[in-house]
Design a protein around this ligand. Structure first.
Ligand code: IMP
Ligand code: MG
Length: 183
């Protein structure tokens, strides 16, 4: 069973607000927005379609959890940027910050490439779970310590295609996407 946490409409309304702030900050900067695969794909697609100026979209893949729902603290870059970010204004677009370990590693690594600026925009944050020091400029929703799925977020690669954010009750392996899509 998936319990709805944030509806599709609430997601879109909050992304409207976030995009307005990001647009004001980056209008003349020709920023590079980095999508952290795979969870942030829906978010970056909706965010960037609300930014009415030139920008570039890049993708990175990092390993963190694997099949487990606990961060191992070990982060590896599986897919790197296709472009040089030296002197560029860079905005990392992430689905969720949990412990913060993934982004702490990623920001450290990207800073060594000398971007003009480097900020983070995350759709979701679980502040109670944070163990790493991390400055995040833009946050969509602060959520309680529950494992969420949908709108790009998965559990063992399932549920990404739900149009809303939900919490899997009674074990994340119990349900199937088809039976809950219409909720
Ligand atoms: P962190 O390194 O602990 O901050 O973990 C960040 C990554 O873990 C995110 O980019 C997600 O891919 C994954 N993650 C953390 N919490 C959740 C969740 O509740 N649902 C789905 N994925 C999550
Ligand atoms: Mg994930």
């Amino acid at each position: 069973m998936v319990r709805m946490l944030v509806s599709a409409e609430e997601l879109q309304a909050r992304i409207d607000e976030l995009a307005a702030v990001v647009a004001a900050d980056y209008a003349d900067k020709h920023p590079v927005l980095i999508c952290v695969l795979k969870g942030a794909v829906f978010f970056i697609a909706d965010l960037t379609r609300r930014l009415p100026f030139d920008l570039e979209i890049e993708f990175m893949a990092v390993s963190s959890y694997g099949q487990s729902s606990e961060s191992s603290g070990v982060v590896r870059i599986l897919k790197d940027l296709d472009t040089d970010i030296e002197g560029r204004h860079v905005l990392i677009v992430e689905d969720i910050i949990d412990s913060g370990l993934t982004l702490q590693y990623l920001t450290k690594s990207l800073r060594t490439r000398n971007p003009a600026s480097l900020e983070i925009c995350t759709l979701l944050s679980k502040p109670s779970r944070r163990t790493a020091e991390l400055e995040c400029r833009y946050t969509g929703f602060e959520i309680p310590n529950e494992f969420v799925v949908g709108y790009g977020l998965d559990h063992a690669e399932k549920y990404r295609n739900l149009p809303y954010l939900g919490v899997v009750d009674g074990g994340a392996d119990g349900g199937s996407c088809g039976s809950i899509f219409a909720q």
